[in-house]
Design a protein around this ligand. Structure first.
Ligand code: ADP
Length: 209
């Protein structure tokens, strides 16, 4: 009997480490990529039950004229009120988890990647079989993030403070990508990791037969 579900690979790293860049390179090799940030937005799209519950609790002011969630207003509420934050997390986390599992399980590529900035912090590492960490030094993180987002070093540092320290993340990696080099160096590491992950996926298929 063959294994119904593909090998699931978590891909994480600090802000500006190059997760998205690495994920695009895997995608270009034909690997399905599920993005945890995208899933988190999908569960509160108009038409989703969760958005109705949020509007019931916080009033229609929490919606934009388009009917979409006013994320900034919601962020402000939960930033100032831990109880509301807990309520929101209790609502959204199980939905995000279920949708992530569904997206991963419905992939038909040789293996599937879950890219998440907070893979360990959110416990989503439990949803994957193996973990790739994209690693860079802090100077690169600051430079690349501020070039991408027009934020300053202080803002990047405050986001970094909500994320696991690089060393703790590295310690939990099954595979490491060193992204201190140029994009060519990233691409060749992704290509070599892709071969390893294909082999792992194949071994797993055989084991399940
Ligand atoms: P993350 O998704 O981890 O926050 P990104 O993949 O968006 O990080 O990378 C941050 C920025 O740095 C992006 O603009 C990206 O194009 C750039 N970048 C990523 N890796 C490299 C690299 N090896 N060399 C140069 N620029 C890079």
């Amino acid at each position: 009997m063959s294994n119904r579900h593909p090998l699931k690979v978590g891909l994480t790293g600090g802000i500006g480490s190059g997760k998205s860049a690495a994920a695009s390179l895997f995608a270009a090799l034909g690997v399905d990529v599920v993005d945890s940030d995208v899933v988190a937005r999908q569960v509160v799209e108009p038409g989703e039950a969760a958005l109705d519950e949020i509007a019931l609790r916080f009033g229609p002011e929490i919606l934009l004229a388009s009917g979409e969630l006013n994320r900034r207003a919601l962020r402000e509420i939960i930033f100032n009120d831990p109880e509301q934050k807990r309520w929101l997390e209790a609502l959204l986390h199980p939905l995000i988890r279920a949708r992530t599992v569904q997206a991963l399980d419905s992939s038909s590529s040789a293996y599937v990647i879950l890219v998440s900035p907070l893979l360990f912090e959110s416990g989503q590492d439990a949803l994957v079989d193996t973990v790739v960490v994209v690693d860079v030094d802090e100077a690169h993180q600051l430079d690349r993030t501020s070039a991408r987002d027009e934020v300053d070093a202080r803002q990047v540092r405050s986001i970094m403070a909500t994320q696991l320290a690089a060393e703790a993340r590295r310690a939990r990696a099954d595979y490491l990508i060193d992204n201190r080099g140029d994009l060519g160096a990233l691409e060749s590491q992704v290509a070599s990791l892709h071969r390893k992950l294909l082999a792992l996926a194949q071994m797993r298929e055989k084991g399940a037969e």
